[in-house]
Write a protein that binds this ligand. Structure first.
Ligand code: SF4
Ligand code: SF4
Length: 393
């Protein structure tokens, strides 16, 4: 989050604000923002919906979502005197690839390159500087890329960038939903765009396809069940009943976007900095489970996958290995059972329990003898019980 500020706010005439709007749109497009819309900076209509969502506990451990509610629901709390929000969308869609084998991890398509916050911030700063130059010292405003308490999807909906789909993503008829959102809140006023109509119709593809049943109803997501939350935001143990549904997703999940018909015809991103980075397109799980801290840092430098830290990321990898249920991964999981992080050891035990067999039982019993952490011991116990039942069909 950052801001730009000029001395004395003034009003522009309606013809000059229309001209400025078109100039901003053109400049934003040149900077790579394929979607640009203008909305009034009024308090958000979705305030009560958001409060209900929080009250249901759907935010899980994301305590920060409960804080600074006034700023989240009223742009004027972030920029005094705010009149407008310039909403921007930046395409990140990656070209389709062959589905990975179970022994390869899947990383959400937005996270296979350098952290987009860094990329977009530079472009936003350039756009804001352009606006300030054009109005000759009479604008006050701040720009944001997912870094401030802003309900940006709702602002973008109001600015006509798209509608809030049943999968809770913002969807644009032409561009689908694979775009990052950013916004400038300013005290300049503009002619505003019209909010987009809902085009989900009777479709339920996203709701039906979610592997962990994260939609209690259309347009509402229980983040606690979403693979993106489980692999990125959740710090501790993944609830056992959700692990199988995670399949081989090791950071984020694209399923409810991939099945959306509005994403089938949208064009891939042309931005070179968003090209998938070497080693992040469906990496072999066995390459990842053995990463030490130094290798993890090097591999995910400037990449969003750093966020769950090594222990959270390897936890995800262990779950994916368990879901592969392939005996060839037993030696790697055996090593993970002596990892320095209890979180990794606990999920490695679960993964071994999924594979089952005499070799697994022997290695779990050996681990139990040495294990002192009570939660890991409980995981080993459960894994031994699962091994007795045998691998899932
Ligand atoms: Fe379900 Fe994946 Fe969509 Fe989350 S991202 S709601 S897990 S399909
Ligand atoms: Fe809407 Fe269908 Fe897309 Fe879900 S898959 S967001 S219901 S159009």
């Amino acid at each position: 989050m950052t801001s730009g500020r000029w001395s004395s706010p003034t009003s522009l005439s309606s013809s000059s604000s229309l001209g400025l709007k078109e100039e901003i749109r053109s400049q934003a497009t040149d900077l790579g923002f394929g979607l640009v819309g203008f909305a009034p900076a009024d308090p958000l209509e979705s305030k009560e919906f958001y409060a209900r969502w929080l009250a249901h506990g759907y935010a899980g451990e994301m305590g920060y979502l409960h804080r600074r509610l006034a700023e989240r629901t009223d742009p004027a709390h972030l920029v005094p005197g705010a009149r407008s929000v310039i909403c921007l969308g930046f395409n990140y869609k990656q070209p389709p690839t062959a589905p990975p084998t179970p022994l390869h991890g899947h990383i959400a398509s937005y996270a296979r390159n350098d952290d987009y916050h860094l990329i977009l911030k530079t472009r936003l700063r350039a756009l804001w500087n352009f606006i300030c130059e054009r109005v000759g010292g009479s604008a006050n405003g701040r720009y944001f890329v997912d870094t401030a308490p802003v309900l940006e999807r709702e602002l973008a909906r109001r600015a006509g960038l798209g509608w809030w789909g049943k999968n809770t993503c913002l969807i644009n008829k032409r561009s689908g939903s694979h775009f990052f959102l950013a916004e400038i809140i300013t005290d300049l006023s503009f002619p505003y765009d019209t909010p987009a109509a809902d085009h989900c119709g009777s479709c339920t593809r996203c709701l039906d396809a979610c592997p962990t049943d994260a939609f209690p109803e259309p347009y509402v997501m229980d983040a606690r069940r979403c693979i993106s939350y489980l692999t990125i935001e959740l710090k501790g143990y993944i609830p056992p009943d959700l692990r199988e549904g995670m399949g081989n997703w090791i950071f984020g999940c694209d399923v409810c976007q991939d099945v959306c018909p509005w994403n089938s015809k949208s064009a891939p991103a042309t931005e070179p900095t968003l090209k998938t980075r070497e080693g992040l397109n469906d990496p072999p799980l066995l390459d990842l489970i053995g990463l030490n801290q130094e290798a993890f840092n090097a591999r995910f430098r400037r990449n969003p996958a750093k966020r769950p830290k090594r222990r959270g990321f390897l936890r995800n990898v262990a779950v994916a290995l368990g879901n592969a249920a392939d005996p060839s991964v037993i030696p790697a999981l055996r090593k993970a059972l002596i990892d320095s992080e209890p979180l990794v050891r606990g999920h490695a035990a679960w993964a071994l329990g999924r594979i089952g067999g005499e070799e697994v039982k022997e290695c779990l019993r050996g681990a139990m003898e040495a294990e002192e952490d009570s939660q890991v011991r409980a995981e080993i116990d459960a894994a031994l019980a699962a091994s007795a039942v045998g691998p899932p069909k």
